[in-house]
Design a protein around this ligand. Structure first.
Ligand code: PLP
Length: 439
């Protein structure tokens, strides 16, 4: 059996081969970065090929709810692969793990969701959700309802529609004309509206109403949004935002797609962030935490309203690996772990611990805001602070965090220990205190 166990001696060769042969996402052509080659991982810790340990303050791309190195999930995958590695689930074909996972997801989800459509990840989920929303209106006798409302700073993926819905202009540059019919509202961030958010919800809801009036509700299919902006900086919306947005959308017959690719399965302290905000979306898109990243998997939860609108229409859509039995089996075992180990409560408790420990940083002149919900934490800096240098410094100190433009974010595995969480906070706080904004 072949296993991979790079050694410090082989790491130089690997690094050269990586630079020569691998094109990494979000890197510059012709300037391959010096790779950080991860060798193994356990809990909230990872080790590089030199054997150096790091605390994983972001769990990669926020996918790893249950922590790394769970033998139980590997064993479930191996057992399922030995029994049935894969058979498609187009038409009438199905398999037991996928059926049981759909049943489980609908039991955990907010009321009003009636069916599950499986994917391999987030972008596929949002492509699916946007097609579904448009198809629902089409089937319901309103084919002109195609416009999708989204928000500035949103990240919904890299497919045609999911990228068009994304509100980060740099990500669209050079890829040719973007699909029509996507309108971006303001970033739902208290800090950027009114006196530190006091009137933010009023401003944002008024903007939504005005945009609907301008476009015409009869041309709008859906509103898509992350409950808490993730890539945009771990930004919880201002107080009362979601229920008021939902009420406006309902009034105008506009469907609500909630992109819970980061937030579902515990990260906000709930199975779904929709519960925290008290809303009932028409479609919930999930991925990442559904399998904790042990295997690519995603699921789109479809509301009864949408299903009724689509009644009698053929859904000409599906990815080859829809309902993958190994993905579904791993997801079921992963959900078992989240429930058995009380990880929703743990996300709340550890999120509060880390947030409280970081909150004092907002007294610094160069820190604008410390924010978050559950184990999604973001720190926004004043202009001139080099967030990338702070993240790099943390890594040199054995802690992995993620830098964005003018901010850093944290999203450790939900199982992170108190000791590791305190180390992450201490290292990050030291680096932030030492950061001097460029004038
Ligand atoms: N939506 C959100 C909120 C995300 O954070 C991401 C990825 O980070 C995506 C969609 C895209 O998911 P994927 O990279 O699995 O296609």
């Amino acid at each position: 059996m072949s296993t991979f166990a790079p050694t410090p001696a082989s790491s130089q060769r690997l690094a050269a081969a990586d630079r020569d042969h691998v094109l990494h996402p979000h890197t510059v052509f012709g300037r391959p970065p010096e790779p950080f080659i991860v060798d193994r991982a356990e809990g909230a810790r990872i080790w590089d090929v030199n054997g150096d340990p790091y605390i994983d303050g972001t769990c990669g791309l926020w996918q790893c709810a249950v922590g790394h190195g769970r033998r139980e999930l590997a064993e479930v995958a191996a057992a399922q692969m030995s029994r049935l590695e894969f058979y498609p689930s187009f038409w009438d074909y199905s398999n037991e793990p996928a059926i049981l996972l759909a049943e489980r997801l609908l039991r955990l989800a907010p009321a009003g969701l009636g069916k599950v459509f499986f994917t391999n990840g987030g972008s596929e989920g949002n492509e699916t959700a946007i097609k579904l929303a448009r198809l629902a209106h089409h089937s319901n006798g309103q084919p002109e309802r195609t416009v999708i409302l989204s928000r500035t700073s949103a990240y919904h993926g890299v497919g045609a529609a999911s990228l068009a819905a994304t509100g980060l202009p740099a990500m669209k540059e050079g890829f040719g004309p973007q699909p029509e019919g996507f309108v971006h509202l303001s970033v739902p961030h208290g800090l950027k509206h009114g006196e530190h958010g006091e009137h933010a919800t009023d401003i944002l809801v008024a903007e939504l109403e005005a945009t609907i009036a301008e476009i015409g509700a009869d041309r709008i299919a859906a509103f898509i949004g992350e409950p808490v902006l993730g890539v945009g900086g771990m930004v919880p919306p201002p107080e009362g935002y979601w229920p008021r947005v939902e009420a406006v959308l309902r009034k105008h017959g506009i469907l609500l797609i909630l992109d819970e690719i980061v937030t579902a399965f515990g990260r906000t302290g709930h199975w779904f962030a929709a519960e925290h905000f008290g809303i009932t979306p028409d479609i919930i898109v999930t991925a990442k935490g559904i399998s904790s990243g042990y295997i690519p998997m995603g699921a789109v939860l479809i509301g009864d309203r949408v299903l009724k609108m689509c009644e009698g229409t053929t859904f000409w859509h599906g990815f080859t690996y829809n309902g993958h039995p190994v993905g579904a089996a791993v997801a079921l075992a992963n959900l078992d772990i989240i429930a058995r180990e009380g990880l929703l409560e743990r996300a709340k408790a550890m999120g509060a611990r880390m947030h409280d420990a970081l909150a004092g940083l907002s007294q610094l002149d160069h820190v604008l805001e410390v924010r978050g919900l559950g184990l999604m934490l973001g720190i926004e800096f004043a202009e001139g602070v080099d967030a990338a240098a702070i993240a790099q410094g943390c890594r040199e100190d054995g802690v992995i965090i993620r830098a964005g433009v003018g901010r850093v974010v944290l999203s450790p595995p939900l199982v992170i220990s108190e000791e590791d969480a305190d180390t992450v906070v201490r290292v990050l706080a030291e680096r932030i205190r030492a950061a001097v904004p460029a004038s």
